[in-house]
Design a binder for this molecule. Structure first.
Ligand SMILES: C[S@@+](CC[C@H](N)C(=O)[O-])C[C@H]1O[C@@H](n2cnc3c(N)ncnc32)[C@H](O)[C@@H]1O
Length: 1018
């Protein structure tokens, strides 16, 4: 232990995250991490995992939970940013060092020679800035300029940071590497003196500072737990920082990924190379067997890349067997299509692949035999025999029915345990119809590709694969090398029965993949190879749709590419569902095995760690800090979709995973949003609170979606014996992730402590207390915005959304501090079942608290009295306009404030709903809309004012007919006479905030205000 660090000296000091968190900057860092896509550190182990919590945010939570608050909040923030590598000097390293030549061009020095050595000596002037090009040698060469050795590193970084000072934080981060991509020692080399001086520590590395902070708070290296560990993002970051970590999850697949993060990616370079040697050995052995079978080569130097299959059905009207192809295009980049050649004798179609077709032919091929008359319409099979067009709905082919008792079903045969192919009488047949081949281009280091029709040799190779599989099938199933697990019906998995008749997990895989995976699985005996095996499962099965895209396109037929043209089977978990297709691509052995052999970049973890397969309400380990991301209202049905992987690991898992329950234990999973969900959450958080010291801390992450969220969370917190101390909002989803809905999602970080004692209060006292606390909170943060002006230049440390969140937290902080309110025991109240449509005591309290928090955000320029009179939609518009005037454009602000102000449909107020360039409609964009009927803005002062502004703007060129405008205003606004003050105040507000945004509308607002004030009556 280090002498200067006194155990428990910060035992009861509030943690930094309870007072501040630079949420705006952190959101920018999160965006950066997300943009790295598959380059994100742990994604390499399984991009199938949806909803990873960004490592940088996790790091902020861990540091924020350990760092103490001092009486200098600004300095606390600076130190936090240094440890996060978000300070200006770290950004210099992240963005790539600025060369002295560039420095003298930008920065004013009295005498550059105090800082730099110039060769040839004296060639450059003493005073900068100047351009080096202006002072060449006689021979026309430029001077060489370098730092003087005695200039300390810290000072160099500060000077370099000045060169970058005109860039916004976002622009800087765009240029920069993620902190984790840098050499930590170098990155942090300038911070330790300042960090130690501020914290009284004696550290020169991250694990050391973590240990010392842990000792000061808890008496030992901090113990951090995540009991909903999922892909392991939180435990991994904690262990990488040097904390001791317990990670647990109900799902063994989540445990496996968490284990993979900690042991594989977090392993030492030596461990990684031995894993890679093992992988190469396994791949070589499997490849040898595939080579022996000769099922992936054409005998003429070409090797298969993908096999392309489609379903086939017998048309009930013609008796023809028709391939089900939504599109006949096989490659957009290479203009390859499949043509159907009728074979009347056998009532079927030959499928002929043609390459290099004309653009017209390619276009014509986009219409296949599987069609639909629009979204949500039943797809149907379409084909033409002897000039007659036949259409049959897929639902008809399947024989869908609904019985009198309302149960539904269809005529698909349910596949049996030993089936791995359709039987001849099945409604859906499957057929190989094209093969994509590849070979090294003669005389080149690149490959060339061809997609060809299926010939007799291909069918022979298919047969070999099927026969081989048939021979080993039962034995492999018994040994656990192939799945034999029944698909348990659920919301997501039911469709596999209904749409395909598949009842066991292996039915999802084509014979070729069963063969390959069976060969591979028998060699997967170690835990690390099991992680990689699961990773490749995502690239196998019939759930991999064939996709093709043109070079440079961003969409294409399901393919999402921005680079060259691509023709590939997609992967299974491109979204979070188990989607089935009538047309799928099956990657060849070499393609799948290449993925198994993925190169890993080590990112060693230094803390001790353990991964447990436990239900969160049954954990039996205790920890200082719990950081969790529970499945709150989660769209991902982890407990169902992960069975896709469980089926393969269930029998004979490697020793490290053998003690885990290889079942998804759906009944124990926390899911949904109803009573069961709350009960599960309460049980989990209660257990964690019990397993935490009195000065322990919790951070719960959840996406901000449902309107009930605050009530839900307050209930859970209350019932679990916890208390809210802070809340922060971080934007965690990138724009592209939400291309379709353009809905930006963020994550709320809710900070919690154990509730202390059994304080009592009454509702009347609460009202005052909440009001005071919220106002104090908002003032503190606005004050910090002022204090950090020099650090943040023209950017604010906190945005309005942060203030709002902090306001909620302040309200909840007061509420959840009390065990008894108006004589009611809140822990009991919180778990009282809800009656639909009825508000509970807690709901009312939360509603009140949230209302107070929202009120604290009255925009300057509107008096509190006037604000109270406005409708939600008016408050929303004015608040957002104020934010727009400050340059805010992010859609999630609008979403959050609409929720906060209880605006039902804010979209009608929006001129743009783009994620990062959203804006409200102007007066003229509203025109005459949203004035009457059900519109939330109907009959409001704001709407009538905007209408008047539109009229005034139109008349701006001509003499304003003020009487007419005022007449319309008094007609549009009921009780106009009594609302004149409101009209004047709102118009003045609009005039001020529109000045920079829409000057013409701003002058119209000024005119209106004057007109109303000067209006003569009677
Ligand atoms: C939102 S995810 C966590 C994601 C994780 N933070 C990440 O970054 O990947 C929620 C996790 O809770 C797990 N879970 C659901 N019910 C559980 C329970 N009763 N006990 C433990 N884990 C549970 C799910 O298996 C899932 O892995």
């Amino acid at each position: 232990m280090i002498n200067s660090v006194v155990p428990f000296s910060h035992k009861d000091t509030p943690a930094l995250i309870e007072k501040l968190l630079p949420a705006q900057r952190l959101s920018i860092e999160v965006f950066k991490e997300r943009k790295a896509g598959p380059g994100q550190t742990l994604t390499v182990l399984g991009s199938y995992w949806k909803g990873r919590k960004p490592l940088i945010m996790n790091k902020a939570c861990i540091l924020g939970a350990l760092l103490p608050v001092t009486d200098d909040l600004k300095r606390d923030l600076e130190i936090f940013e240094m440890l996060m590598a978000m300070d200006a000097e770290s950004l210099v390293v992240r963005a790539g060092r600025v060369k002295p030549a560039k420095i003298v061009e930008k920065i004013s020095f009295h005498n550059i020679y105090e800082f730099f050595i110039v060769e040839p000596e004296g060639l450059l002037p003493e005073e900068s800035p100047f351009r080096l090009d202006d002072y060449p040698t006689e021979g026309g060469k430029l001077a060489r300029i370098r730092w003087r050795d005695e200039i300390p590193e810290k000072e160099r970084r500060q000077i370099e940071a000045n060169v970058l000072s005109d860039l916004s934080y976002k622009e800087l981060v765009d240029k920069a590497l993620r902190p984790e991509a840098c050499d930590f020692e170098e990155l942090h080399s300038h911070i330790w003196d300042e960090v130690n001086a501020h914290l009284g520590t004696d550290a020169s590395s991250m694990p050391q500072i973590i240990e010392q902070l842990g000792i000061m708070r808890f008496g030992h290296n901090p113990r951090i737990a995540d009991t909903f560990s999922g892909s392991g993002q939180i435990p991994f970051e904690a262990a990488r920082l040097g904390c001791d970590v317990s990670a647990s999850d109900l799902s063994p697949v989540a445990c496996m990924l968490t284990w993979g993060g900690l042991a594989v990616v977090g392993g030492t370079p030596d461990m990684i190379s031995s894993l890679q040697a093992e992988q190469s050995r396994i791949v070589e052995e499997v490849k040898a067997e595939i080579r022996r079978l000769k099922i992936d080569i054409d005998g003429n130097g070409w090797e298969a890349k993908s096999f392309i299959y489609c379903f086939e059905v017998r048309c009930p009207q013609t008796g023809w067997l028709v391939p089900l192809l939504a599109s006949r295009v096989l490659s957009l980049g290479r203009s390859v299509i499949a043509e159907l050649k009728p074979d009347p004798a056998n009532k079927r179609y030959d499928i002929v692949v043609r390459s290099g077709v004309t653009p017209e032919e390619l276009h014509a091929a986009t219409a296949g035999t599987l069609r639909s008359d629009g979204r949500g319409q039943d797809p149907y099979v379409h084909h033409v025999v002897d000039g007659t067009e036949y259409r049959t709905k897929i639902s008809t082919l399947r024989g869908d029915y609904r019985s009198v008792d309302k149960s539904t079903g269809n005529g698909l045969r349910l596949w049996g345990k030993t089936d791995f192919m359709p039987q001849p009488d099945d409604i859906f047949q499957e057929r190989l119809y094209a093969v994509q081949w590849m070979r090294r281009k003669p005389g080149s280091a690149r490959d060339e590709f061809e997609i060809r029709s299926v010939g007799a040799d291909d069918l022979k190779r298919e047969q070999i694969a099927e026969d081989y599989l048939k021979e080993h099938f039962q034995d492999w199933q018994e040994k656990g090398w192939l799945p034999e697990m029944v698909i348990e019906k659920g919301v997501e998995t039911e469709r596999l029965y209904r749409e395909r008749g598949w009842t066991h997990w292996h039915h999802l895989f084509p014979p070729r993949h069963l063969l390959l995976l069976g060969l591979l699985r028998q060699k997967v005996t170690t835990a690390s190879s099991a992680v990689m095996f699961s990773r490749i499962l995502d690239y196998t099965s019939k759930l991999c749709q064939w996709t093709t895209s043109r070079a440079g396109s961003t969409g294409g037929e399901g393919g999402k590419r921005t680079g060259g043209a691509s023709d590939n089977p997609s992967h299974v978990f491109y979204n979070q569902a188990l989607n089935v297709f009538f047309n799928y691509g099956c990657r060849s052995s070499s393609q799948v095995l290449d993925l198994f052999e993925k190169n890993l970049k080590p990112s060693p973890v230094t803390g001790k760690w353990a991964v447990l397969n436990q239900c969160s309400y049954e954990i039996d380990f205790s920890n200082d800090i719990y950081i969790t991301d529970p499945p709150y209202g989660d769209a991902v049905k982890y407990e169902e979709i992960l069975e896709f992987f469980i089926a393969w690991m269930r029998k004979n898992p490697p020793p490290e995973f053998a003690g885990w329950t290889w079942d998804s234990r759906r009944a124990l999973a926390i899911k949904g949003e109803d009573e069961d969900f709350r009960r599960g959450m309460v049980a989990a958080y209660k257990r964690m609170a019990e397993q935490m010291p009195d000065n322990g801390l919790q951070i719960i992450m959840f996406t901000h979606q449902s309107g009930n969220i605050w009530a839900d969370m307050a209930n859970i917190v209350w019932a679990a014996g916890l208390q809210v101390t802070a809340a922060w909002y971080i934007v965690t989803e990138t724009e592209s992730a939400h291309r379709e809905g353009s809905y930006v999602k963020g994550t709320v970080l809710l900070v919690l402590r154990k509730r202390d004692g059994s304080h009592r209060t009454s509702r009347t006292d609460l009202a005052w207390e909440i009001q005071e606390e919220v106002e104090k909170q908002v003032q503190t943060l606005t004050g910090l915005n002022q204090k950090t002006r020099d650090m943040y230049r023209d950017e604010n440390l906190f945005s309005d959304a942060d203030l709002q969140m902090a306001g909620y937290a302040a309200a909840l902080r007061v509420l959840t501090m009390y065990a008894v309110i108006d004589g009611q025991d809140m822990a009991t109240e919180a778990v009282r079942p809800r009656v639909k449509g009825q508000k509970t005591f807690v709901d009312e309290l939360i509603g009140f608290a949230v209302g107070v928090a929202n009120q604290a955000l009255v925009p300057p320029g509107i008096s509190k009295g006037q604000w109270d009179k406005l409708q939600p939609v008016e408050r929303f518009y004015l608040k957002m306009l104020e934010m727009e005037a400050k340059g805010a454009k992010s859609l999630d602000n609008y979403q959050n404030f609409a929720k906060a102000f209880k605006v039902k449909n804010f979209k009608v107020l929006m001129a743009s709903e783009k994620a990062n360039s959203a804006r409200l409609k102007s007066a003229s964009e509203f025109g005459k809309n949203e004035m009457t009927g059900d519109a939330e803005s109907a009959n409001t002062a704001l709407r009538s004012i905007l209408y008047a502004l539109m009229e005034l703007e139109k008349e701006l060129e001509k003499e304003v007919d003020s009487d007419e405008v005022l007449a319309h205003l008094s007609y549009n606004l009921p009780n106009y006479f009594n609302q004149r003050d409101t009209v004047v105040e709102v118009s003045n507000f609009l005039a001020k905030h529109l000045d920079a945004l829409r000057p013409a509308e701003a002058s119209a607002a000024r005119v209106l205000s004057t007109l109303v004030q000067n209006q003569k009556w009677g």
